[in-house]
Design a protein around this ligand. Structure first.
Ligand SMILES: [Ca+2]
Ligand SMILES: [Ca+2]
Ligand SMILES: [Ca+2]
Length: 440
């Protein structure tokens, strides 16, 4: 065996002027060399010798080998020496996102039209915040395990409730399918699992390997059922808003914790009725932010309620291309926009979230693509949860101001009004954290 390191180092000297920046390697010298170095050459002199040759030793590994810094061509030269192996000291990354469908969640991370979730997650994933999801209720799904607080079922009409009674403490979605001729539709319609899809966008578990990640996976969600077969009544919605914001509703036990934000992904054409106007005003006064979808009628948002009610954050939808989605409502009363998908096209250009295979009742928990302004609103609600996790003292109006101030310009076309722009979770939470630090 030859004494390899000095020779290798001599070779290395030639290439120290190379321009490539050094990388870290683990070098294994032949066993005899190692023994000789250990026996007869003090470590310090070996290292000094190495240094004059341009090889920068870092330390000796307990499991064998030397950690050194080398330029690429130096490493190649060293590797050509008999008995020497050179391995790159690989840079390992933590497995922060292991959920198998993450890559398909373009609305979370797409450089152009995504909401920049990972930047926001440097600060918070929503711990301590509570979102109330007023919708069709909820189905059992592994993505919701440990994510829910006790909810309520506000559907008061027994015929549309489909669970055998009026209001009750179980917000499970029994399915909102309809028979031919029901609900004004000639054909039969399958259950939409609308509330389940919305809930996943906010609180689907992170790091459980299965499926997707919600934008606020450490927040808690209160499932509140207000929509049954053929939809729901404004009176039930008004009561649900009062209840979720910590107000008193006769005959209903109080909510376990006032919601930081109330998501209302529903609407109908008409003015803001006084019962909803009052419920929203009172909810805001108690400290709950109310987020609504702008609606899918291709009309001015002021024609759709409760998106046209004073004080709500009204959310329009962007398509995969970054322009306003073809179906989205628009106009001056839109607060800001969020990804909502293309709706007509089935698949990848829509919004992937939790879903159920049941055509009528619950069957199997899966993931499915849906779209619409309905899907855009919960992304904003989840961002509000992140903001209130980062700063529990942030007020209702300040939430709106920060959402607006930190929205990005719409990446595509929106001539008719998409509000302040595309919601930006990263920039918004960053601004909230900075603001709080300035105050404290
Ligand atoms: Ca019921
Ligand atoms: Ca029920
Ligand atoms: Ca998951």
């Amino acid at each position: 065996m030859r004494f390899v390191p000095p020779m290798a180092i001599a070779l290395l000297t030639i290439s120290t002027l190379a321009t490539a920046s050094p990388a870290q390697y683990i070098v294994h010298f032949p066993a005899e060399t190692h023994a000789r170095v250990a026996r007869s050459v003090p470590d310090a002199s070996f290292l000094a010798l190495a240094r004059t040759g341009g090889l920068r030793p870092i330390r000796t590994l307990a499991s064998g080998g030397e950690v050194v810094e080398l330029r690429t061509e130096e490493a190649a030269a060293l590797a050509r020496q008999p008995g020497v192996t050179v391995e790159e000291d690989l840079l390992l990354a933590p497995h922060t996102i292991v959920d198998s469908l993450w890559k398909r969640q373009w609305y979370m991370h797409d450089a152009r039209v995504g909401v920049d979730a990972q930047v926001a997650w440097k600060y918070t994933r929503g711990a301590g915040a509570v979102v109330a999801m007023l919708d069709t209720g909820i189905t059992p799904h592994p993505e919701f395990d440990g994510q829910l607080l006790p909810g309520y079922d506000f559907v008061s009409n027994v015929d549309t409730a489909r669970d055998g009674d009026g209001r009750d403490a179980d917000p499970t979605d029994p399915g909102n399918w309809s028979e031919p001729g029901d609900c004004g539709f000639a054909e039969a319609r399958r259950s939409t699992w609308h509330g389940t899809h919305m809930a996943g966008l906010v609180v689907a578990r992170a790091g459980n390997r299965a499926g997707i990640v919600g934008l606020a996976p450490e927040a808690k969600l209160i499932p509140v059922r207000v929509l049954g077969r053929c939809g729901g009544r404004a009176s039930d919605l008004a009561d649900a808003i009062v209840w979720a914001s910590g107000g008193h509703v006769p005959g209903v036990p109080p909510v376990s914790r006032r919601a930081d934000v109330i998501n209302v992904s529903m609407g109908t054409s008409g003015p803001c009725v006084s019962s909803l106007r009052q419920a929203i005003e009172d909810a805001r006064a108690r400290g709950s932010v109310v987020v609504t979808s702008a609606g899918n009628d291709q009309k001015n948002v002021n024609t759709n309620t409760p998106a046209n009610c004073p004080g709500v954050i009204s959310v329009a939808a962007l398509g995969r291309d970054g322009g306003m989605a073809w179906y989205s409502n628009f106009g001056q009363q839109v607060t800001l926009s969020a990804p909502g998908g293309n709706l007509l096209a089935v698949g990848m250009d829509n919004i992937l979230s939790t879903w159920d295979t049941g055509k009528r009742g619950h069957e199997r928990s899966v993931f499915g693509y849906r779209g619409g302004t309905s899907a855009a609103a919960p992304l904003v609600s989840a961002l509000v949860a992140l903001m209130r996790s980062a700063d529990p003292d942030i007020g209702v109006d300040e939430v709106t101001a920060q959402l607006v101030d930190n929205a990005r310009p719409i990446p595509g076309r929106c001539p008719k009004g998409c509000g302040a722009g595309l919601m930006d979770a990263g920039a918004t939470v960053d601004a909230v954290v900075e603001d709080r630090a300035r105050r404290h």
